[in-house]
Structure formats: structure tokens, C-alpha cells
Write a protein that binds this ligand. Structure first.
Ligand code: C2E
Ligand code: MG
Ligand code: MG
Length: 594
């Protein structure tokens, strides 16, 4: 470490002016701006330094060295540098020092105890370096208090690891402590707990009242979190600000979920009291994700991901609450994510299959048509029913491709049956999701598929839910009319679960109502049949007939139900009594049997 003076530009003729008059005398004595710059640097440097002559005596000491040793720097002039820096106390160092002074060696670096102004002995790193050419020039000596360096490093670290707004540990420190806690898995209880907290609606406060108020609120919240943690954790819990309006409290050596949820509970209570921010009264609430688990086998990222998910649940469940991590809910979420992200490729890879469930005429018991029900042969999860993926496909839009495939495959199959039994053809009933009506040209798709497969339109029925057609104006309504004109029939699926607005439905080009299974369940003799149910359904069926609609009962599971439904006037039945949904090949066999 040569320092700013470690340059041949400062020659041996350097005088020993006092600090106060250096500006007046030094420049013209040494000449040149470069030398002047070095002198200025020497004077203001925080590093204690001295220029030492070949005789080992101080030529000039800078103010920092004076401050360290507790002397006016001028008074250090002419003193033996080896004495001041403790070099003289060690025989070997003395020899090495002499080598530098005599030009036999370039530098001496050692750690010495140095007595400071207050009589304290500090460990200091002493460096003696030659500053001028060949043998016997001056040397520059620096003395650095290692204790001070350590302190400075600590101060810097503190700055780096804390948030200036709340004075709390920041994300970096939090992760360091979390990782350390997980590493010590074998000690104490071997468990960690975490409350991951986010203020509800903080952004609105920040936006409307300004960042200054926002910052003050964050600082006040931090104070309350600290109080809670101190009260419940007796100083062992770490409260940190992870960024924005997110905070975390780490419970090291957790004793179980109870401890973490109690902490979350007390935090919510503490935040309920309004905040008084220089005249402004503010109330906030927070959502907290609580994770508590064994430390061994857990990673910091793992805990944080779980906390993040749990916080999301707390928000989704209505905010202003804590939620505890639930592995099952998480597995469900992960499966949903995995399914959702692979749906599109699954359509392309042909991972879907259709099963068909007979639609049976209640009077004669003959199969009139079939409903096509989609299943997913998933490479990892096995055979999945539509309730596992249809809503996901609707959410991410892949229902459009999937729906098109279902439609094409059903029509192809129905056409095949028509060819096989030209005298007694089956119609196929295909479920259509709302989004297919909105996000794709359903009418064009149907027309094209009928054209491609050669299936007569009368052998195709589309099932839409009430919610899909209710309040229909514009696009869905136009689509319904266009399909009707084409000769395709429309059925309302799961009727009775939604608006059940028959008067409205009768004005739409709808031909069939599919009575939801929940109606039919009430028809089981062994389950105390509800006469009111039966009366309602009977009235419904009569009304539907008067409006020109046919009625299909879903979920017919036993002969008793079938008989009552037939008596009430249902036209068609569908359910396990007749058949479960089956592969296409089985449908032909079923027809032969009836
Ligand atoms: P859905 O259209 O009401 O279909 C009838 C559901 O009831 C089918 O469930 C069927 O297996 C079941 N089921 C039939 N008979 C009985 C019975 O006697 N008792 C009971 N408890 N259940 C019976 P699945 O196959 O799981 O389909 C569920 C839903 O998924 C369907 O309800 C439909 O809304 C939807 N879905 C199926 N395939 C498709 C499709 O290709 N596209 C669209 N958008 N939705 C589909
Ligand atoms: Mg259906
Ligand atoms: Mg249904």
C-alpha cells in the first residue's frame, strides 16, 4: 500500500512545513501541481502516514497520524519512526526496517501494537515503503488501526444489511439469517417458523397520501412488528423488511405451528390500532402467510416459496388474516399449474380421448344419442376427468383448440355410426364452453367440421350452460341463431343450477333442457323423497313441454328414479342406470343389447 505519496515525484528535499502553512510554502518549494496534489492528499488522507528520512526520523506526519497518536503532527517531526510504531520492539523487524531505509528492500509490512492518544494499545498494520529511487531515499510509513478498520467494515455491513426507512434488517440480512437457521438444523428444536406479511392496500395509501406518508407508515408498522416480536420472542425473532410493504418475522428454534400462528395473530391485533402520523390517522390491515416446518431438508428458497403461496392464499381468502401453509392445497395448486401449462401441447400430442354416454328414450328404453365426454390420458397423472382440466383450459384459452378437437372427433365418430346403422342413426351431444363462443368462430368451426365429416346437422347437438346463454346479446345470440338455422340442436346443460329462466330460454333457439343431476338425486326412494321436489320438477317439465322444449334427466342411477321421471314426463334419461360413459366401440354393443 504505497498511498498517494508513493511516487518518485516527491523528492528527498521535501521540507517539513507545518500543516497550517503548507499551502503558502509548499507549492513553490516543491514546484509543480502534481506535487501540490500529493501534498494535499497527504494532509487530508484518513490513513495515518509519515514521511521518514533515511536516518529513520520523521520528516513530516499527516494530521491523521497525529490524531492516532494524540500529538500535534508537527511535534512528531524528528522523532524515531520505529519507536512510534512499535517496530523497535522487535529485533527481526528492526533489521528489515533498516533494509528498507538503506534501499536494500522495497517494503516492510507488519502488524504491531501501537499506543494511541488515550493510552490504549491498538493493533495496527504498519507499512514502510520506499518512495524515491536507488539507495537511501525517504520512506513513506503508514499506520492503520485494524480495530478501526473492523469497525468501519461493521458500519458498512450494517448499512448494507438494513433498510433506511424502517431501520429493520433488509432482505439480504434476512436471507442470511434464514439460511444460517436452516443450517443449524441439528440444534435446538430443529424447526423454523416464518410470518410473511404484506400490507393490504398500501399502494393506494402511497399513491394518494404520498411517499413520505407511506414511508412514515412503514416505519410505524415496523415498530409494532418489532414490539410483537420482542414480546413474544423475547428478542429471538428477527423482523425484516423484504421490500415495498412486505415484512417477515423469522422464528428460530420454533416450537411448533402454534407459536407462529400466535405471533401472526398478535401482529394482526397490533396493526388494528390506528396509526397517528403527524396528525393523519390511518388504519391498515395486513395479510400474513405462515410457514412452520422442520429445518432439516428445507432450503431458504423452499420456505420463501411456501410463504409466498400462503400469503397469496391469505389475500385470496379475503385479506386481513393469516393463513397457514397447507401442503395439500399446495400440491393441488402445483398440479393445477402443471396441468395448465401443458394443456396446449397435450391437444397437439393427442393425449385426449372421448367416452360416450347413452341418451335413452324414457318410454322405449332405446338409445337415441350419446353425450361425448372428454378425458385426458396424462403421461404422469394418469386418466383425468374433465372436472380436473376444463376450467383450466377455459382460464388459459386452450379450450378453443381442445373444444375444436372434441367437436371434430365426435362428429367423425357419429358419422361412422351413421354409416354402420343407416336406418337407426345416433346423434352426438357435444359440450361447448362459454369461451368457445366468445373466443373462436364456433359457427364457422361447426360448419367446416360437418362439411369435412359429412355428418348431417340434425345428428349434432351442442350443450351450453345457462350462464353461457343468459343475457345473451350480440355474438353468442347470433351464434345460437346461426347454428339453429344450420339445423344443429342446442341443449341447455345442467338446467336448474343457474338462473332457471324458462321464459327467457324459450325465446332462444333452444330445443332441449338437461335437468341437472341434483334434481334427480331427490328422487331416490331410499333417501326420503321430497314431494316438493317432485312437484317442482313436474311443473318444470310441463312448462318446458308447453314451450316446445324436450327434457333430458341427468344422473339417473336406478330404476325407481327412472320410473318417476318417466311418469313426470321426462323424454330422455342419461345415467349409470343405462350406462357409464364408455369407449366408442362399446356403444354399438349397447345398442344391440337394448
Ligand atoms: P355434464 O355435461 O353435465 O356431463 C355429465 C356428467 O355426469 C359426466 O361427468 C358424467 O360422467 C356424469 N354422470 C353421468 N351419469 C351419471 C350418474 O348416473 N350419476 C352421477 N353421479 N354422475 C353421472 P364427467 O364426464 O366427469 O364430466 C363432467 C363435466 O365436464 C360435464 O358435465 C361437462 O360439463 C364437462 N365436460 C365433459 N366433456 C367436455 C367437453 O368436451 N367440453 C367441455 N367444454 N366440457 C366438457
Ligand atoms: Mg353435458
Ligand atoms: Mg350436465
Amino acid at each position: 500500500m504505497g498511498g498517494p505519496m508513493g511516487s518518485p515525484g516527491v523528492g528527498p528535499e521535501m521540507p517539513t512545513p507545518t500543516v497550517t502553512h503548507r499551502n503558502a510554502t509548499a507549492p513553490e518549494r516543491t514546484g509543480g501541481t502534481e506535487a501540490r496534489d500529493y501534498r494535499a492528499a497527504f494532509a487530508i488522507a484518513r490513513l495515518p502516514m509519515a514521511l521518514v528520512g533515511r536516518d529513520g526520523r520523521v520528516l513530516e506526519a499527516n494530521p491523521a497520524l497525529g490524531a492516532l497518536l494524540g500529538a500535534d503532527p508537527v511535534r512528531l517531526t524528528a522523532l524515531a519512526a520505529a519507536e512510534l510504531t512499535g517496530i523497535s520492539g522487535d529485533e527481526r523487524l528492526r533489521a528489515e526496517y533498516a533494509d528498507v531505509l538503506d534501499g536494500r528492500s522495497e517494503q516492510l509490512r507488519c502488524t504491531r501494537p501501537v499506543r494511541t492518544r488515550d493510552g490504549r494499545m491498538v493493533r495496527a498494520e504498519v507499512i514502510v515503503t520506499r518512495v524515491s529511487g536507488a539507495a537511501g531515499g525517504n520512506v513513506l510509513l503508514s499506520v492503520e488501526d485494524l480495530g478501526e478498520r473492523h469497525e468501519l467494515r461493521e458500519q458498512l455491513r450494517h448499512l448494507r444489511m438494513h433498510d433506511p426507512v424502517t431501520k429493520l434488517p433488509n432482505r439480504a440480512l434476512f436471507f442470511e439469517r434464514l439460511a444460517a437457521a436452516l443450517e443449524r438444523a441439528g440444534e435446538g428444536t430443529g424447526r423454523v417458523g416464518l410470518c410473511y406479511l404484506d400490507l393490504d392496500g398500501f399502494k393506494a395509501i402511497n399513491d394518494t397520501l404520498g411517499h413520505r406518508t407511506g414511508d412514515r407508515l412503514l416505519a410505524a408498522v415496523a415498530g409494532r412488528l418489532d414490539d410483537c416480536a420482542a414480546r413474544l420472542g423475547r428478542g429471538r425473532h428477527l423482523v425484516a423488511r423484504l421490500g415495498g410493504d412486505e415484512f417477515a418475522i423469522l422464528v428460530e428454534g420454533s416450537t411448533g405451528t402454534g407459536q407462529a400462528t400466535a405471533l401472526a395473530e398478535s401482529v394482526l391485533a397490533a396493526l388494528q390500532r390506528p396509526f397517528d402520523l403527524s396528525g393523519q390517522r390511518l388504519t391498515v390491515s395486513a395479510s400474513i402467510g405462515v410457514v412452520e416446518r422442520e429445518a432439516s431438508g428445507t432450503t431458504a428458497t423452499g420456505v420463501m416459496q411456501a410463504a409466498d403461496t400462503t400469503l397469496y392464499w391469505a389475500k385470496a381468502d379475503g385479506k386481513a388474516r393469516w393463513t397457514l401453509f397447507d401442503p395439500e392445497r399446495n400440491a393441488h395448486r402445483m398440479t393445477r399449474q402443471a396441468l395448465s401449462s401443458t394443456l396446449r401441447q397435450a391437444v397437439e400430442r393427442g393425449e385426449f380421448v372421448l367416452e360416450y354416454q347413452p341418451l335413452v328414450a324414457m318410454g322405449s328404453g332405446s338409445v337415441r344419442g350419446v353425450e361425448a365426454l372428454v378425458r385426458w390420458h396424462h403421461p404422469h397423472f394418469g386418466l383425468l376427468g374433465p372436472n380436473r382440466f376444463i376450467s383450466l383450459a377455459e382460464e388459459n384459452g386452450s379450450i378453443v383448440q381442445l373444444g375444436r378437437w372434441v367437436l371434430a372427433e365426435s362428429c367423425r365418430q357419429a358419422r361412422q355410426w351413421q354409416k354402420d346403422y343407416p336406418d337407426d342413426p345416433l346423434f352426438v351431444s357435444v359440450n361447448v364452453a362459454v369461451r368457445q363462443v366468445w373466443d373462436s368462430d364456433l359457427v364457422a368451426d361447426v360448419a367446416e367440421i360437418l362439411d369435412d365429416t359429412g355428418l348431417p346437422p340434425e345428428l349434432l347437438q351442442l350443450e351450453l350452460t345457462e350462464s353461457a346463454v343468459m343475457g345473451s346479446a350480440g355474438r353468442p345470440l347470433q351464434a345460437l341463431h346461426a347454428l339453429h338455422e344450420m339445423g344443429v340442436r342446442i341443449a341447455i346443460d345442467d338446467f336448474g343450477t343457474g338462473y332457471s329462466n324458462l321464459a327467457y330460454l324459450s325465446r332462444l333457439p333452444v330445443s332441449t333442457l338437461k335437468l341437472d343431476g341434483s334434481f334427480v338425486h331427490g328422487f331416490r326412494a331410499d333417501q326420503h323423497p321430497n314431494p316438493a321436489d317432485e312437484t317442482i320438477v313436474e311443473a318444470l317439465v310441463q312448462l318446458a313441454h308447453r314451450l316446445g322444449l324436450t327434457v333430458t334427466a341427468e344422473c339417473v342411477e336406478n330404476a325407481e328414479q327412472a320410473e318417476r321421471l318417466r311418469r313426470i314426463g321426462c323424454d330422455t334419461g342419461q345415467g349409470w342406470l343405462y350406462s357409464r360413459p364408455v369407449a366408442a366401440e362399446r356403444i354399438a354393443a349397447l345398442r344391440r343389447d337394448r
